[in-house]
Design a protein around this ligand. Sequence first.
Ligand code: NAD
Length: 491
Amino acid sequence: MRPSSPRAAGTDEYLMLIGGVWSAGTDGGWIEVEDPARRRPAGRVPRGGAEDVAHAVRSAATAFPAWRGENPAYRGHALLRIADDVEAETERLARLLSTETGNAIRRQTRPEVIGAARLFRYFGGVAGEAKGETVPLGDGLLNYTIREPLGVVGGIIPWNAPVQLASVKIAMALATGNTLVLKAAEDAPLAVLELARICARHLPPGVLNVVTGYGEEAGAALLAHPDVAKLSFTGSTEVGRIVMRAAADRIVPVSLELGGKSPAVVFPDADTDAVAAGVVDGMRFTRQGQSCTAGSRLLVHESIFDSFLDRVVTAISRLRMGDPLDEGSDIGTVINPVQYGRIRGYIESGVADGGRLLTGEIPQTSSPDRGLFVSPAVFTRVQPSWRIVREEIFGPVLVALPWRDEAEAVRMANDTHYGLAAYVWGRDLGRALRTAHSIDAGWVQVNRGLGQLPGISYGGIGRSGIGREFSWEGALDGFTHRKTVTVDTRM
Ligand code: NAD
């Protein structure tokens, strides 16, 4: 009988899903997953390697012909049932997710799980819409196109919003008729494995496989596997380059959802508390700034610079930092000691360079044993060339710079190699839209600071990546190819 749970009975060991079976991995090694708020073990997962990945790819390849041949509406129906079950288990998943990531349950992990159910529902609903086209070529010729799945997709995700990112990859790959091998992040694999348990209930064995392990081991093996037909990666720009090189070696399509250093431009007519709260939302302080879309460069018109920053500091002061599982907490912990040390280093460098901390502080110790808490930090008096202004920190650090006119604001917004997200705040909508159209980014929000919604095409340009996710158009472009059939009807 197939065990129905990734968690081995009576232990804190979670297993991988390979070919519909929960598996401990071939070499017997384990990775400890830490609860970063309590600094104690949250569970452990197999240290998967090349052999496990090969097994998972074989299982996905075996499952592919039947899954691809299914009526797309049937595939969609499976995703709809997954959506219902994810929703029914929201609390359990959200608690586990808070435990392994340190993200606060009320502000981040519960909404993340609810959002994941919505993603499955959206892609389940549109799965039957993989329509082709007919091309008129005159009498005697019929030309039409079919959207074909690519085969076995290799997906790799980071730790910052693992259930959301796993869900979008699973739903997009499966709705379009592919099978998937997904590698979870080593820091946050537990809720993803529980999500896999729910998915497996509604899927034939091998359609979805989830492996755990280190990037340089399981991840690299997935990138290099000759039977993986497409690489779909979400993570850092640095590793994105490795993924793209691996795709180039085998000439397979690749999508990359990478980092960002996104601008938030505030016009003089937006000096309000509501906009300040929106900027704080956009900076994702309630995920400790660990978001690729974080609006981490705040560009404010000089006439309102001081008053607006006062409002931002007041909005931040209302956020409560504490136990991620406490309903009263708005802010939890950062993910691991390495990330904690990196963020601390950035705050130190900003202070050393002469920046002014309006709120926040340099974390006292380099390795706290109580919980990896970092207070939100806001810097002014910074220079555009500084590291804290140019580099993605992936932590709760906002830098603010003044500008004089619209052209300068646009120039500053575009002064980055990234191009993922941007935010424009202003009541004069003509001006706000003109600015939105001038900013080089994949996703610009005007007077809104919240996250992605199912159906919007999300992704970056420049060093923020290639491809679009969250939308049906993105799924068709990224997970299918267009086959053309030309028929001479006179024969
Ligand atoms: P990371 O790139 O270090 O790791 C991401 C994943 O890649 C992990 O599963 C890791 O195990 C794997 N990996 C690492 N080295 C690998 C290798 N050599 N071969 C194959 N796989 C490898 O990123 P992270 O620190 O986990 O996440 C933070 C980064 O992710 C930030 O840069 C952030 O902006 C980005 N991110 C982007 C999006 C987006 O949608 N654009 C969303 C979330 C996070």
